[in-house]
Design a protein. Structure first.
Length: 252
């Protein structure tokens, strides 16, 4: 599949006259709990030639392409847009620069943007993102005798990210198992989650699963703890000048 994805990415570069600085996998494949029929969520950061940025007109700063009946979902953000999102600690951006599945990478760019991410990290911004998602996802799961494993894991991942933000200083990892391993979670619940990850790898995304009472309790506890503290968390202490300099250094 990698060769096919690289082919599509090259088509995008040629068509749009851009250079991709980072292309990676996000979604369930990068989170660590794909299903057999999970699609490929390819996300990328790209730059135009320098003159493109010297226009008074606002220009489109996103690219979206779908291939093969939406099995390959490609979505990219321009360099300037990406750095503006980084300044806001945008979690989807923070996730993609950590992805364990990389298709294209400028190593110096990736190193630099991860450095800036750590120094621009806003706990309050990331918490509000993951808490809002967790509340929404869990509302679709709770009190249902059967649920899709996909939805259960969406609620679980985002709630565990909230727990990570409260307990740790680092940006929440994109890989779910890393959070699961390093946070204080009852061992029997942790092991049950690992079992469900293995089960999800054998079941299509529309598969229904019986309610997991102990996991629901964990999700609820994470949400409640996050709601109590969300508005009192610190914001970023980064400097916009550092992002401006990085932007200029990466123009060609």
């Amino acid at each position: 599949m990698k060769d096919k994805i690289l082919q599509y990415l090259q088509q995008v570069q040629d068509e749009k006259e851009i250079e991709i600085l980072l292309a990676c996998e996000t979604g369930s494949r990068a989170w660590g709990f794909p299903s057999p029929d999970s699609d490929y969520d390819v996300r990328f950061i790209y730059r135009h030639k320098k003159d493109w940025y010297l226009s008074l007109n606002e220009q489109k700063d996103t690219i979206e392409k779908m291939y093969e009946n939406n099995e390959f979902d490609l979505s990219g953000w321009d360099l300037k847009k990406s750095l503006n999102l980084l300044w806001k600690s945008n979690p989807p951006l923070l996730e993609r620069i950590q992805s364990p599945i990389i298709y294209i990478s400028d190593s110096e760019f990736l190193k630099g943007i991860n450095y800036l991410a750590q120094h621009s990290y806003s706990k309050i911004a990331t918490m509000h993102h993951y808490l809002s998602m967790s509340q929404k996802m869990y509302s679709e799961v709770k009190d249902n005798p059967t649920v899709k494993l996909k939805k259960l894991f969406y609620a679980l991942r985002t709630s565990i990210a909230c727990k990570w933000i409260i307990e740790r200083e680092e940006i929440p990892p994109i890989v779910f198992q890393k959070m699961l391993k390093e946070l204080n979670i009852e061992e029997n619940v942790r092991q049950r989650i690992y079992e469900l990850i293995d089960l999800k790898a054998t079941k299509n995304e529309d598969n229904l699963h019986f309610e997991e009472v102990e996991i629901n309790s964990l999700i609820e506890k994470c949400i409640q703890d996050a709601e109590k503290i969300a508005n009192s968390l610190p914001s970023s202490k980064g400097k916009i000048e550092d992002l401006n300099l990085f932007f200029i250094q990466n123009l060609r």
